[in-house]
Design a protein. Structure first.
Length: 227
């Protein structure tokens, strides 16, 4: 069932247990399109997908690029990828959560060239809501992971990049996925978050791992842009 709140359309999670990883990913996108049709929308309305991928399929994750390129756009949505040890159902390699936007969409990129070849954007504006991708400690210029093993430094780097995508916006929500290796230091981030994002509601989730093994944290933000 779809839920509309403000500028956003919330979709239920979708998954299948049939086929290989890429086939399952394509099925999930197709199913999201069928659900959006009930609201008179298509896949071009998506503003973010969150991919919960079985840890065993980490090496196959890049294979989702083809169905995304073929089915999504012209404004590619944001994306986040989270690894889970136990899939939502036996045989499900991936489960997708998704948000769509009402009205025209506007991609947001502070100038990072790597996104020219990717099937997702750093952020997408729908109405006055800026929906952003998941951010890990990845240098946008070199595509190399940074601050290996240091959760606090990774968080500061991530928050700096969020601020580059959302200058002048008010961050209203932070969904933070932390790995077991980063959990011991996670409490140290509270003061940093409160200073930078005093208006943000924070949800913290411990996940099995993230797509880059060096990542201890992935942050999925949402913001309100000035009218």
């Amino acid at each position: 069932m779809l839920r509309i709140a403000g500028d956003l359309v919330h979709l239920p999670s979708v998954h299948t247990t049939t086929g290989e990883f890429r086939d399952q990913y394509r099925w999930c996108l197709t199913r999201l399109g069928e659900l959006l049709a009930h609201a008179g929308l298509g896949l071009d309305a998506l503003v973010r997908t969150t991919d919960f991928t079985a840890t065993a399929t980490r090496a196959e994750y890049p294979r989702c690029g083809r169905p995304r390129r073929e089915l999504l756009g012209p404004v590619f949505p944001g994306a986040a990828g989270i690894l889970v040890d136990t899939p939502v159902a036996a045989g499900a390699a991936v489960s997708l959560d998704a948000l769509a936007g009402l009205g025209p969409l506007r991609p947001v990129n502070p100038g990072w060239a790597r996104y020219d070849t990717l099937t997702y954007q750093p952020g997408v504006v729908a109405g006055n809501t800026l929906v952003m991708s998941g951010f890990g400690a990845l240098d946008p210029a070199t595509q190399l992971a940074v601050h290996d093993g240091d959760l606090v430094a990774q968080a500061a780097f991530i928050y700096d990049n969020i601020d580059l995508v959302a200058p002048g916006a008010t961050v209203t929500r932070l969904l933070e996925y932390v790995t077991p290796a980063g959990l011991a230091d996670y409490g140290k981030l509270a003061a940093m978050r409160a200073e930078r994002y005093p208006e943000a509601a924070v949800t913290s989730v411990v996940c099995s791992a993230l797509l880059r093994p060096e990542f201890l944290l992935e942050v999925v933000p949402t913001a309100v842009v000035p009218a």
